[in-house]
Ligand binder design. Structure first.
Ligand code: NAD
Length: 513
């Protein structure tokens, strides 16, 4: 198999797609056991992904270790040319990548294209590497200068989640490699296909053998990455449960770890806002991608009289079409798995049991054409209190939980008391109120009248609090991303005429003063 061709319908496929490891620029069938993957819209079997063997995992590391010295020594211009080519190939293959995402992950075609394009933007930004990786130089004394520059780390690894099969691998591939590292990438075992297409595009773009290797599997593969001494750094995106474990054990093993975790993003609605814009933005950001985005607006904080807008919000949510992602006009697709559907439904039930009101209940909704998918329609829960499970847990489904407060200050205190701090949005026409939120909110990414404030890749993804491990020391992409994948080296040199070189030893600490 080369990179797989994915169908663009949810119809049962004749032959299940087998996913292979990608080592030394070759797709290699695994000798291991298989994990079956189902189309979330139908639960038909579509793909099989291997739990790679120890020997296969080791072969990937050996390949990356062998490729490293030559890749490190490759000129920055050559690396930049490869990146230009990769960006062009990803753009050309957007539809193919998006089809694999819709089939394996479930999101709509339009949303899957967005997934690809957001990743592509990281590649495109990385094409400017020749001005982004510059160091510093200072003349510290006569004939003496100190310069700093950045070197790659060696072999690095990326471990990805299921919800952005293109974007999140592309948070790592461009920056990890253009800085001179070689990379081992483990896609989510629930959506491996898109990364395989990207691997094929990397090969076509001219990446030499071993610079990018892709290995598959679940927790066993992750443990291999954490414990393998040749791997110097790990980029992780996913849940708190896995991420905190990987951060702790990876750091204890002496690796650099960047880890973006779960979220509970709040939108505060101030009565003076543009109501129409706010309601549309909230519906889109709460229910788009069936709520399976780390920056989904899953929590609404209604200030004062805005609680009276809820019936109108529910009317807009009711108009969204739940359907297979390949269907024209689908607004949201299914959840990733039957387990995920059950978990989301249980959380809705827990809200009801704890005394909240289910204003809009999506639990029995399903499209007629796809009765066997993992469907939950848009759901709105009102009168939620901060102690309720539907508020304290990340739901990761098309469920909006709504709390009422009386003032902007009360909204700020409520949002800041939440453990997570990925993002927040506020809707207001007042500059003074917006500034108050901007200064006081502890969320790492803030939108003012913007519902999903994920910055473009010239900035970094800047989650905060429990949404990042280790206090967010190493953000993804942007300047922080380049810093993560490189090690500063500083060189102080003295070049003087022979007759001016020191005549005797000086044992005191040099101070240059
Ligand atoms: P997940 O943690 O279940 O899986 C992510 C990766 O970790 C996968 O590759 C998986 O194989 C591995 N993994 C899972 N359990 C493991 C374990 N016990 N031990 C070792 N490895 C393990 O996450 P997911 O369900 O794929 O993704 C959804 C989560 O990711 C949500 O919490 C979401 O908020 C978060 N997310 C965060 C961001 C961000 O930037 N903050 C972006 C996207 C998704």
């Amino acid at each position: 198999m080369s990179a797989c061709e994915y169908p663009t319908t949810h119809e049962k496929i004749a032959e299940v797609i087998d996913i292979h490891n990608f080592i030394d620029n070759v797709f290699i069938p695994s000798a291991s056991t298989w994990i079956d993957l189902h189309d979330p819209a139908t639960n038909n079997l579509v793909t099989r992904v291997p739990q790679s063997t120890d020997a296969e995992l080791k072969a990937a590391v050996d390949s990356a270790s062998k490729a490293y010295p030559k890749w490190k020594a490759t000129s920055i211009i050559r690396k930049q040319q490869i990146m230009f080519k990769l960006a062009a190939l990803i753009r050309e293959n957007t539809e193919k990548l998006a089809a694999s995402i819709t089939l394996e992950q479930g999101k709509t075609c339009a949303d899957a294209r967005g997934d690809v394009l957001r990743g592509l933007q990281v590649c495109e930004t990385a094409c400017g590497i020749t001005t982004q990786l510059t160091g510093e130089v200072v003349e510290v004394a006569k004939d003496m200068e100190t310069r700093s520059y950045r070197e790659p780390l060696g072999v690095v690894a990326a471990i990805c989640p299921f919800n952005f099969p293109a974007m999140i691998p592309l948070w790592s591939i461009p920056l990890a490699t253009i800085t001179g590292n070689t990379l081992i990438l483990k896609p989510s075992e629930r959506v491996p296909g898109c990364a395989m297409i990207i691997a094929d595009l990397c090969r076509q773009a001219g990446y030499p053998e071993g610079v990018i290797n892709i290995i598959h599997g679940g927790a066993k593969t992750v443990d291999f990455i954490i414990d393998e001494p040749a791997i110097r750094a790990i980029s992780f995106v996913g849940s708190n449960r896995a991420g905190e474990y990987i951060f702790t054990r990876g750091s204890a093993n002496g690796k650099r770890v960047q880890a973006n975790l779960g979220a509970k993003n709040h939108a505060a609605v101030v009565p003076d806002c543009n109501k129409n814009h706010a309601l549309n933005a909230i519906v889109g950001a709460a229910f788009g991608a069936a709520g399976q985005r780390c920056m989904a607006l899953s929590t609404l904080v209604l200030i004062g009289q805005t609680k009276e807008w809820m019936p109108e919000l529910a009317d807009r949510a009711k108009k969204l079409t739940l359907n297979g992602g390949f269907e024209e006009g689908a607004d949201l697709g299914p959840l990733i798995s039957p387990q995920s559907k059950r978990r989301v439904e249980d959380l809705i039930q827990s809200a009801q049991n704890e005394g909240a009101t289910i204003l809009l209940d999506g639990r029995s909704q399903k499209p007629a054409k796809y009765p066997n998918g993992n469907w939950v329609g848009p759901t709105i829960i009102t009168n939620v209190k901060p102690h309720m499970k539907c508020y304290t847990e990340e739901i990761f489904g098309p469920v909006l939980v709504c709390l009422n407060v009386e003032s902007s200050n009360e909204a700020i205190n409520l949002i800041n008391a939440n453990e997570y701090g990925n993002g927040a949005a506020i809707f207001t026409r007042s500059g003074a109120t917006a500034t108050l939120f901007q200064k006081e909110l502890e969320a790492g990414q803030l939108g003012i009248n913007v519902p999903i404030p994920v910055p473009l890749p010239m900035f970094s993804f800047t989650g905060n609090k429990k949404s990042v491990a280790g206090g967010g020391v190493a953000n993804f992409y942007g300047k922080d991303g380049l810093r993560f994948y490189t090690q500063w080296k500083t060189v102080t040199s003295l070049w003087r005429a022979e007759d001016a070189i020191s005549k005797q030893s000086d044992v005191a600490m040099p101070t240059h003063s």
